[in-house]
Design a protein around this ligand. Structure first.
Ligand SMILES: [Zn+2]
Length: 124
């Protein structure tokens, strides 16, 4: 079972039309391909789904709060963007935190699957 979250705010409140998706929690709208997919176990109850969505949203919020400054400093220090180009720097910081959000959720999913597989191996 997969669920989808907004790539901008992490909310699970998405509406679809043809190949487009839009978030009802924030201003985001874009392609279905840009929606972030979260894999869940097939028998995940609604409560667990709600928790997964909350964790995703909290992670994105905390990343923005705590990591944006460091991401921005890294971008400027490496010479990717000049500190005076505020618009580009803001866009790059947003891309960095969104990328980290996606990478963390994907790695958490991989680790979860690996732990499940190890558990099954232990039963045999
Ligand atoms: Zn959103």
């Amino acid at each position: 079972m997969m669920t989808s979250v907004c790539p901008s705010c992490g909310s699970g409140k998405l509406k679809y039309r043809d190949q487009y998706a839009a978030c009802t929690s924030c201003e985001w709208a874009g392609s279905r391909d840009d929606v972030l997919a979260i894999a869940l176990e097939a028998d995940t109850p609604d409560a667990a789904l709600a928790v997964a969505l909350q964790v995703s949203q909290a992670l994105l919020y905390i990343l923005r709060e705590k990591a944006s400054h460091g991401v921005g400093q890294s971008i400027v220090a490496a010479g990717v963007c000049d500190v005076k180009d505020v618009q580009a720097l803001t866009s790059l910081i947003k891309a960095g935190t969104l990328g980290a959000h996606k990478a963390i959720l994907e790695e958490a999913e991989r680790l979860g699957k690996a732990a499940q597989a190890a558990e099954k191996d232990g039963d045999n």
